[in-house]
Design a protein around this ligand. Sequence first.
Ligand code: GDP
Ligand code: MN
Length: 379
Amino acid sequence: MKLFEYEAKDIFKQMGILTPSGKVSKTPRESYKIAEEMNCPVVIKAQILIGGRGKAGGVKFAENPEEASKLTEEILKMKISNYPVTSVLIEEKLQIEKEFYIGFTVDREEKKYVAIFSLKGGVDIEEIAQHNPNDVIKMHVDPSLGFRDYHARIICRIAGITGKEAKLVSKLLSQLWKVIQKFDAELIEINPAILTIDEKLIAADGKMVIDENALYRQKEIVEKLEGDKVIQDNSETLAEEIGVNYVSLNGNIGIIGNGAGLVMATMDSVFLEGGKPANFLDVGGGANAKQMEKSLEIVLSRPQVKGVFINILGGVTRCDEMAKGIIAGRGKLKKKIPIVIRLVGTREKEGQEILRKAGVKVIDSMDQAAKEIVRIVRD
Ligand code: GDP
Ligand code: MN
């Protein structure tokens, strides 16, 4: 689960990490007041769950409350990679001496956490890693040892930083390691950590992803945070509620299937025909009509979906149940969206009959069905 910058920073603060003073605002008026209280200049930052915000114009500086209000209005009108901005974070503007990149992530190949540090913070870390890999220092964490203070000191030595700076960086690395463990984070990234001209090291940005498999023991954060997530993309939350697997993507074809393998194959068939999935949903084994009905709703909740491809291979899952769910879900649609269905296996005759009666076409071959949905959304 990705956290918003302000949520990550709340956690940092709670764990003793320095963050800029700031407040979240949802309106230009609110920003005016906050900027007035905070003594300008301030930084105004779009709160979205994806990267590339600075480059997209989602970080702006204001010299006075009027400007803060005006810039908030501009940012709240923006869409960044298709996500509407619904709030901004207003923060004191720090005076930069240096910008560092500091973070931890999971190296899945090594099956270890890895600490990452760079003196070239602020900009795109992927870009630095690609062009100047020597500027990015990585150190894997032995799971039986954990990240120790001496690891932090080694990183500083490799980076060539000494004295007070090294102390500050080491302390921040150790604090982040504590955050990782306490909150089951799989990624935590401060880019930039700003060393101010008065020699403080402050987390000026914050990214944090919590391991979804650990959410059951992170109830406190989950409850606190979920309200805001719903605004961004409620489809994933809804899917969780009815116990199906769902992922949002960037195309325009909704995909529903039963079983992970079939869903992946369905996506491949759409890709092969030149189509792009908007999302995919796996109803799992033995789903009932209600789950299918809800699943259709979830897939269609993404506004970019122009058509849906439902591919059911009945086993424990019964085709007649699925057909009933599809008809019920379709009946609730406000706007007519084409649905292409392949429905074979257990009770396929009954299922196909239900669909035929409702005037819904069924295609027996998966490849034909993929061709059909891609053709429909293209027209
Ligand atoms: P991102 O581009 O979405 O990662 O947004 P960041 O929060 O990292 O901000 C982008 C850049 O804006 C940083 O690398 C800084 O150079 C600059 N910036 C952010 N906060 C401050 C600040 O408080 N003071 C100053 N002078 N620059 C800042
Ligand atoms: Mn950043």
